[in-house]
Design a protein around this ligand. Structure first.
Ligand code: GLY
Length: 316
């Protein structure tokens, strides 16, 4: 039987997954599907942790990270701390075709994007600037830690020819230091995919995800025969415990996984929304909650979706 499938992190991915699932159904390639679907998220100004409208660093600059990996060739392309370009995912995908210089940062990434004709855009929205100003005030008044928010959009797809790819894009940690890079553009930590096994991608506190190379870990668990659900939840549970044992606390970590049969699963140590679609499952937003240490997955209600839409567009 011909199959296809797609899974992505967070509620913000649903429009991209809906678009992507139509493309996969029509026989389009997973690489094109993921680039288009992630571009949708990057372009939408109300998603505040990815692309245009993403929240800035401590100097009020939007620095973006993105990566692309092809599961057939294991080709990887990535950019980090890139400013003023509309679609970092497209730049990462283009880099994945190269033999050398596949991971570019800052001014070097911007120079490459300029030379290759990628669209320039000021990525700081008025809304993101206001959010930054409020946060600066709050940090001063309440003596808060500056760091907050780090939702990456991660998408994994398998197409009808059984090829797989993964893509990630994020503005990273809100109020991060200039030049800070999280897990999202780092192979093995923020993403990994291999046509012969499957793929995984992570969202959450990059500083902790990188300590466990968690996306590679999930793919290796699937190689040993675990289902995507067993692999993703097992890796998050074990590594969160390890972090608590050694460091006293574990950051928020969530992982999506898809194997090369089109089965999906997730792992998380917090409440987490994600989107998935297969030939037998319409594109939907799911919510994973931890109940007595076990993960419980449900389809989100219409009321939840309405409240989410209202919240992200609320006046600041
Ligand atoms: N997981 C995204 C980041 O930490 O930047």
């Amino acid at each position: 039987m011909r199959t296809w499938g797609m899974i992505a992190t967070w509620r913000m991915a649903i429009e991209g997954v809906t678009l992507g699932s139509e493309m996969l159904k029509n026989g389009e390639k997973c690489q094109d599907v993921l680039e288009k679907a992630v571009m949708f998220v990057e372009d939408y100004p109300f998603y505040k942790s990815v692309g245009y409208g993403g929240l800035p660093n401590e100097e009020c600059e939007v620095e973006l990270d993105a990566a692309f990996m092809d599961g057939k060739t294991l080709s990887i392309g990535a950019v980090a701390s890139i400013k003023d370009f509309k679609n970092p995912i497209s730049i990462a995908r283009k880099l994945s075709a190269d033999r050398y210089n596949i991971f570019l940062v800052g001014a070097g990434a911007e120079s490459y994007a300029h030379k290759n004709g990628f669209v320039r855009q000021n990525m700081l929205t008025e809304r993101a600037r206001k959010t930054w100003e409020l946060r600066v005030k709050e940090i001063k008044e309440k003596n808060l830690s500056p760091y907050d928010g780090h939702d990456t959009v991660c998408m994994i797809a398998i197409d009808q020819e059984k090829d797989m790819a993964v893509a990630t894009s994020t503005s990273g940690l809100f109020m991060k230091k200039k030049g800070r890079v999280g897990d999202s553009p780092v192979s093995g930590s923020g993403f990994y995919v291999d046509n012969e096994i499957g793929g995984a991608a992570a969202t959450g506190l990059g500083e902790d995800i990188m300590k466990g190379c968690l996306s590679y870990e999930v793919v290796q668990r699937m190689k040993k025969g675990e289902t995507p659900q067993e692999a993703a939840q097992g890796a998050v549970d074990e590594f969160s415990k390890e972090l608590i044992k050694r460091r006293g606390k574990a950051g928020e970590i969530s992982i999506v996984a898809l194997n090369n049969k089109g089965d999906w699963g997730i792992g998380t140590n917090v409440e987490f929304t994600f989107c998935a679609a297969t030939p037998t499952e319409q594109p939907k937003v799911y919510i994973a909650k931890l109940v007595d240490g076990k993960v419980n997955i449900e389809i989100t209600s219409e009321e939840y979706m309405r409240a989410y839409k209202e919240k992200i567009q609320r006046e600041i």
